[in-house]
Every structure is written in C-alpha cells, then in structure tokens.
Design a protein around this ligand. Structure first.
Ligand SMILES: Cc1cc2nc3c(=O)[nH]c(=O)nc-3n(C[C@H](O)[C@H](O)[C@H](O)COP(=O)(O)O)c2cc1C
Length: 162
C-alpha cells in the first residue's frame, strides 16, 4: 500500500538522527517542560540557538511567550523524561527535579544545559521558530539519548574512556 506524502516526509526527516532535549520555562502553575529535537545551533558570536514550537501544542502559549527558558540535553538513560515531557498532561517539572540557571529553569538531569533569552520569534508554516541568545551553558560527559527513524536510542560518549 502506498504511504501518505506526509508520512513519507516524516519518515525521510526521521533519517536525520538527533539528540533529545527538554525545553523548560516558567508557566502559570510552575515550571513546564516540552520534549524537543528541533534544537539547532545558529551563531557562535553572538551565541544563538533555535528550536521550533508546533502551533498545535497545548503548551504553545507558555513557550511562545516565554522570555527566559532553559534547554536540557538528555542522557541515554533519561528516555522516561523524553516520554513524559512529550505529553501536556505530564509537563509539570517538580521543584526538586529543576534548578535555576540564571533566569532559566533547567532539569537536574541531562548532559548539557543552555540558559537562553528569546531574541526573535518567527512564524514558519505550522511552527514558531524561537531564536534564543545563550546567556550561559554547562556540559558534562555521558552517553546521549538519540531519536532516529522515530525511535529512541543511545550513543556512547566517544570521549569517555572505555
Ligand atoms: C523526540 C521528540 C521530539 C520532539 N520535538 C519537538 C519540537 O522540536 N518542537 C515541538 O513543538 N514539539 C516537539 N515534540 C512534540 C512535543 O514534545 C509534544 O509531544 C507536542 O507538543 C504535543 O504535546 P501537547 O499538545 O500535549 O503539548 C517532540 C516530541 C518527541 C517525542
């Protein structure tokens, strides 16, 4: 059976393997997180990165208007966090699992963290491109959680001693 063009396109884009992050921002009822793999580095001087927010997301208002937000890059054993923050029903970040990185909330979990402030927003099709200035960042060693062909996987740290 022939597959729908949209499904075929998703399948093709799924061949672009990515890491998995959680973007977190303050929301009316505490900190909210969303699983994101559209993260892209934009500029080194100044440090800018972007991610794309789907306009159908139940969390659109929170993330579209957030000025300060944190990006947490998930490690190989944090798949459960990716699953959880992909659903609006479980978007809430408990105080004990978060910390403030400047004005941005980040998860204590993860292998890299970026504290960002929105520099620019641009509508593009059914997504909002959010460009943030990186105000601070941190990184540590560890295997990465990956997303490839629609499935989670992991990638060992090539710089870690075996
Ligand atoms: C691996 C993965 C990556 C995702 N990347 C993005 C992304 O870059 N941008 C986005 O808006 N949603 C992304 N999503 C979807 C959101 O996490 C979330 O599932 C979606 O917003 C629908 O949830 P909601 O309507 O309950 O908010 C991703 C989901 C997964 C599982």
């Amino acid at each position: 059976m022939e597959i729908e063009p949209e499904q075929a396109y998703r399948r093709a884009m799924g061949a672009f393997a990515t890491g998995v992050t959680v973007v977190a921002a303050d929301a009316p009822r505490g900190v909210s997180g969303i699983t994101v793999n559209s993260l892209t580095s934009v500029s080194l001087k100044p440090r800018l990165l972007l991610w794309c927010l789907g306009d159908e997301s139940a969390r659109y208002e929170v993330f579209a208007h957030a000025e300060d937000w944190g990006v947490t890059v998930l490690s190989a054993n944090e798949r459960a966090l990716a699953l959880r923050f992909a659903r609006a029903e479980t978007e809430g970040v408990a105080p004990e699992e978060a910390e403030a990185f400047g004005a941005a909330p980040i998860l204590k979990a993860g292998i890299a963290w970026f504290a960002c402030r929105t520099r620019e927003r641009r509508k593009a099709g059914d997504h909002l491109i959010i460009i943030g200035e990186v105000l601070d960042f941190r990184v540590k060693r560890g295997a990465a959680l990956t997303f490839y062909r629609g499935l989670y996987g992991h990638l060992g740290d090539p710089r870690e001693e075996t």
